[in-house]
Ligand binder design. Structure first.
Ligand SMILES: C[S@@+](CC[C@H](N)C(=O)[O-])C[C@H]1O[C@@H](n2cnc3c(N)ncnc32)[C@H](O)[C@@H]1O
Length: 219
């Protein structure tokens, strides 16, 4: 089962256009078969930065800065980009300089799970978009660093290196549905379990792009 193509086309056609630099980023992603978050979810990131009046955004897994560029378009004062591929991060530096946004970016090489330990927060928005099997760990790492009213958004809850049908069956109560699945699918299931069980967060699942879990800190 997949999201109807017409729905994606509708959301994309009615959503914001790329800036010139984002268009180049998207072309670079297509050329290198790189899974960036896409414009449909990008519009949601822009919205989240705007409605939280974001001072600080932390990203787990930034690639070459496409998702960060949407937070910056939403007025975020500062985005912390993490990426363990040094070439991707360099490309991100280049794109952000071209867009005139580099002074609002902090580029952090290495493992995002180690990087986050060096930041106290508070974060207004956190994007979880790195290794799917480490999503729940990422939530644990930022849980106390997101300010009340802040947001944690996780990508690939419905599409990506995961089995949608198995996840659906799991959420509908078949606890065994993901047992034989890949670790990415089990990682998304573990993340959804963790964030839905967290009494300091309220979560909505949005069937946008590859599927977003958007969770607001309420306590
Ligand atoms: C799905 S892509 C991110 C796309 C990006 N958020 C965007 O939309 O433009 C995932 C990226 O996370 C990086 N990554 C995965 N695990 C990581 C980790 N533990 N620390 C840092 N980077 C990581 C990968 O190298 C890859 O570039």
């Amino acid at each position: 089962m997949v999201l109807p193509e017409a729905v994606s086309r509708f959301v994309r056609a009615g959503g914001p256009e790329h800036t010139a630099v984002q268009e180049r980023m998207a072309a670079f992603a297509r050329e290198h078969d790189f899974p960036n978050i896409g414009p449909e979810s990008g519009a949601v990131l822009r919205l989240l930065a705007r409605v939280t009046d974001a001072d600080a955004v932390f990203e787990f897994g930034s690639g070459f800065g496409y998702s960060a560029s949407w937070f910056l378009r939403g007025g975020a004062d500062r985005v912390i980009l993490t990426e363990f591929d040094a070439d991707e991060l360099d490309k991100g530096r280049e794109f952000m300089a071209d867009a005139g946004l580099a002074d609002r970016c902090v580029f952090e090489g290495g493992d995002a799970m180690a990087t986050v330990e060096r930041y106290d927060g508070p974060f207004d928005v956190v994007l979880v978009d790195h290794q799917k099997e480490r999503y729940a760990d990422a939530l644990r790492a930022v849980r106390g660093k997101v300010r009340p009213g802040g947001v944690v958004v996780a990508d690939n809850t419905m599409r990506g290196p995961i089995d949608f049908d198995a996840l659906l069956a799991y959420l509908e109560g078949d606890a065994d549905a993901i047992g034989g699945e890949n670790e990415q699918t089990r990682g998304i299931a573990a993340y959804l379990d963790a964030v839905r069980a967290a009494d300091d967060f309220e979560t909505a699942l949005l069937p946008v792009g590859s599927g977003l879990a958007v969770s607001t800190k309420v306590a």
